[in-house]
Design a protein. Structure first.
Length: 275
């Protein structure tokens, strides 16, 4: 995040926003800047990719499903917009720790003992580490001690749209993002790679709510796509994973998506029309 902060300082904040006497490295200024940047960035990612997905990928026929709520899209957006600023508060604290040099993020490829292969391997390990972390956190949020208070608001959307992707209770949203932020404090990671991965995970979160259930046949039981996550919303106790089905299979919570078996939401709508 310090790359984004440096760019914002250089091109906008120092010349046009902050007083000349307020040093760029002053902690209060950094916290304030990070809070604004994090919120603007989160809103931009959510609204841009959510809108593109909603209009170009999401099948609007799903809005005819009996479990699609009245005014659902506006409700999803409203809930997300209220939650994101609160999610950003603890997120900014972790970004601040990164900026102050407490993480293992590095600037140059040469700083990695394994060069480009180390960057590639770190991308894979990031995905597997965060998938594991999110699986257990997500599953824990389904426990009766936490579900009703924190996770149930996200399960209001049985037939979700891309805008449901960030419509979480703030505690829920932050807890499920925590593995992304913890990783660079435990393992070396290139800064630009981290920014790219951070954008990717937000886009992926939107994609598993987009109602497009197509997955290459060979990967149907490997990749946790929209079909898998739709069944999670519909049937509650299955498919907690984020990118892969690995931990659901290990944890006994894997369910083959009903959409792959002719029993999904589209099939239900087709049978309604035939009647």
């Amino acid at each position: 995040m310090d790359l984004v902060l440096e760019a914002a300082d250089r091109h906008l904040l120092t010349p046009y926003v902050y007083p000349a006497g307020w040093p760029e490295g002053e902690p209060c200024r950094q916290l304030l800047s990070l809070f604004v940047i994090t919120n603007v960035g989160a809103l931009a990612l959510y609204l841009l990719f959510g809108t593109l997905s909603y209009y170009f990928i999401f099948d609007h026929e799903l809005k005819k499903h009996p479990q699609f709520l009245e005014n659902q899209v506006s409700r999803e957006i409203s809930y997300a917009l209220r939650s994101l600023p609160w999610i950003s508060v603890p997120t900014v604290a972790l970004f601040f720790a990164e900026v102050r040099g407490y993480s293992k993020l590095y600037d140059n490829i040469e700083d990695s003992p394994y060069g480009w292969s180390g960057v590639f391997l770190s991308m894979l390990s990031f995905l597997f580490f965060t998938d594991m972390g999110i699986y257990w956190i997500h599953r824990g949020l389904h426990h009766k001690l936490f579900y009703k208070r924190f996770h149930k608001p996200h399960h209001v959307w049985k037939i979700a749209t891309p805008f449901a992707s960030h419509a979480f209770h703030p505690v829920d949203g932050f807890m499920q993002s925590l593995p992304y932020h913890v990783y660079p404090f435990l393992f070396p990671l290139h800064k630009v790679t981290y920014l790219g991965l951070y954008i990717f995970v937000n886009v992926w979160t939107i994609s598993i709510h987009d109602g497009d259930y197509r997955v290459p046949r060979l990967l149907r039981h490997v990749i946790n796509g929209s079909a898998h996550h739709t069944d999670h919303h519909l049937y509650f106790d299955y498919n907690y994973g984020q990118y892969f089905t690995l931990w659901d299979k290990i944890g006994g919570s894997y369910k083959s998506p009903t959409s792959f078996e002719g029993k999904g939401p589209h099939d239900f709508l087709r049978k309604l029309r035939e009647k």
